[in-house]
Design a protein. Structure first.
Length: 165
């Protein structure tokens, strides 16, 4: 059945109306001292004075959400001079594994994390002369806030020391 123009125009939404109310942070019926009391209680329950909380949130420090999950960064140092220069590596650990960029490049090592905090992963690619090149990473959380391990590819080895950040 076709509807004529007057019957469907009333059933459409008014342009510009989303359908949600604009909520006030402190409702007008709430007395100002009472609202300030709620905010003070919220700040105290969240971990201390407002200035201390602000310092932690704006420091740029990455805080752990669950175990080793999060971002880790640190030094990647070659054992010999013919294996390149020292660099900074970036490790991201998620709920299902990790991705590690040891040389600030396009190479990313994918791997897994065991329940005891051991990390193991590898990446493979073909060289210009069609040889298979593999690099492996083995590491572990030696103490809170620190992951130590090593990279190996062929005869080259690198020491890896990562901190949360």
């Amino acid at each position: 059945m076709l509807r004529s123009p007057p019957s469907y125009s009333s059933s459409h939404q008014i342009l510009g109306w989303v359908g949600k109310k604009k909520l006030e942070k402190c409702p007008s019926r709430c007395a100002a001292p009472l609202c300030r009391g709620y905010l003070t209680l919220l700040v105290l329950l969240s971990g201390g004075c407002a200035s201390e909380l602000e310092d932690r949130l704006q420091s740029g420090q990455v805080m752990a959400l669950h175990g080793l999950q999060g971002r880790w960064t640190g030094s990647v140092t070659p054992s010999g001079s013919d294996c390149g220069d020292p660099t900074k590596g970036l490790l991201s650990i998620g709920p299902r594994g990790f991705g590690f960029d040891p040389f600030q490049s396009t190479l990313t090592i994918q791997g897994g994390v065991s329940e005891d905090g051991h990390l193991h992963g590898s990446a493979s690619r073909r060289s210009a002369d069609h040889q298979e090149l593999t690099i492996t990473f083995d590491g572990s959380a030696t103490r809170p806030g620190l992951i130590e391990g090593g990279l190996q590819s062929g005869r080259c080895r690198w020491a890896v020391v990562l901190r949360r950040g």
